[in-house]
Design a protein around this ligand. Structure first.
Ligand code: ITT
Length: 193
């Protein structure tokens, strides 16, 4: 099945494509108006993006809203991950704020909320989480966003930052890997009915 992805983030397009392709979903991009993310949760923002794209194209559209929640910062940057500090200074801002925070209090997790809206109004949703801790400095150049400062403690890339992990190692345990695999299962059931 073909599906339009509602995102302006090319890294998400790459991750969606490589995770969903083996599950039988082909991701397509489209020139879309940027929807204003006025929600207070990842789930609300994912719906806002997918619904706006579906209204604009008349096709099934899928969106992800995601972010990094840091325990020692009361869950910040959370839904504001893409707007936290100036572009290029986001990782540094988190590292700076955690400068004197000890190892055992550097816990963090990523969340990915997926929402797919169909032209008939049907909605499919899925969420995924990935746990780890914040490094003391940037490590690795793979991935995007906060990847170089997020040490994943889950199996397959335990101890590496996502910046040091291969794409396959990240996808196996990442928030987006989990949310998209769950989404693909829900889509399969939806298409059967
Ligand atoms: P769209 O809204 O157009 O999809 P965006 O990048 O603005 O693109 P979000 O509003 O969902 O997307 O913000 C997510 C931000 O959280 C993203 O820009 C990164 O800074 C961070 N983030 C999410 N997933 C990540 C991942 O897998 N690795 C590193 N950082 C991630």
């Amino acid at each position: 099945m073909d599906m339009i992805i509602a995102t302006h983030n090319k890294h998400k397009v790459e991750e969606f494509s490589r995770i969903l392709a083996p599950l039988g979903v082909t991701i397509r991009t489209a020139e879309l108006t940027e929807a204003e993310e006025t929600g207070t949760t990842f789930r609300e923002n994912a719906y806002i993006k997918a619904k706006a794209a579906c209204d604009e194209t008349g096709l099934p559209c899928i969106a992800d809203d995601s972010g990094l929640s840091v325990d020692a910062l009361n869950g910040e940057p959370g839904v504001y991950s893409a707007r936290y500090a100036e572009e290029g200074k986001r990782k540094k801002t988190v590292l700076e704020k955690l400068r004197s925070v000890p190892e055992e209090e550097r816990g963090a997790h990523f969340t990915s909320a997926i929402c797919c809206v169909f032209p008939n109004g049907d909605v499919l949703e899925a969420e995924g989480y990935c746990y780890g801790r914040i490094a003391h400095e940037c490590r690795g150049t793979s991935g995007f966003g906060y990847d170089p400062i997020f040490i994943c403690t889950e199996e397959s890339c335990a101890g590496k930052t996502f910046g040091e992990a291969t794409a396959a190692e990240k996808d196996a345990v990442s928030h987006r890997g989990k949310s998209l695999r769950l989404f693909a299962e829900k889509l399969e059931n939806y298409l059967k009915n």
